[in-house]
Structures are given as C-alpha cells and as structure tokens.
Design a protein around this ligand. Sequence first.
Ligand SMILES: [Ca+2]
Ligand SMILES: [Ca+2]
Length: 105
Amino acid sequence: MSRIFPTICVLATLTAACGTAAADERADYNHRAAERDVALFSALDLNADGALSRDESKADLTLGPRFDDADINRDGLITREEMQRYVEQRYGTNDVKVRAAPTPR
Ligand SMILES: [Ca+2]
Ligand SMILES: [Ca+2]
C-alpha cells in the first residue's frame, strides 16, 4: 500500500497536467478557428456593406455550407452581429471581434 500511493499520486498529477494541456490546445485551436472565420467574413464581403450574402459566402468552401448556421434570422444575409454571435457560440470565445466594414470607396 505504501508503495502504491506515490505511484497513484504521480499518475494523478500527470493526468491532470495532460488534461490542462489538452484544454489549452483546444482553446488555442478554437481561437485560431474564430480568427479565421472573422477574417473570412471581411474578405468575402466584396461589396463592403458589412454583411455576407449567400452568393458572397459561396466563394469559400468552408463557410458556404455553414451559411444557414450563421444567418440567425434567416434573411439571406450574415450581418456582423450574426457572425459575432456565431463565432462566440461555435468556438466558445468572445475575444475575437468582427471588425466594422471598411468605408466604401
Ligand atoms: Ca456584402
Ligand atoms: Ca441574417
């Protein structure tokens, strides 16, 4: 018994450390994925109206199929607010912000 207890303690410590590392990796992955979606939103908004139409979103093979998930009110446009909410819900992060639309030229 006295020899087993230290081994159990070491295993418990290693397990906890692995769990923390896995959680950190997941958080990093989610943060990068959120940044990618936010960058896509800006890049695909070709007419710079601050919203993505279904046609604009089709230019990206990963965002197009998720259009309906992000278009919360189903009006055929993903607004900045909808994209912000989508990113927060999908990736569990609120530290990646959808930027305002650039000033039209
Ligand atoms: Ca647009
Ligand atoms: Ca919408």
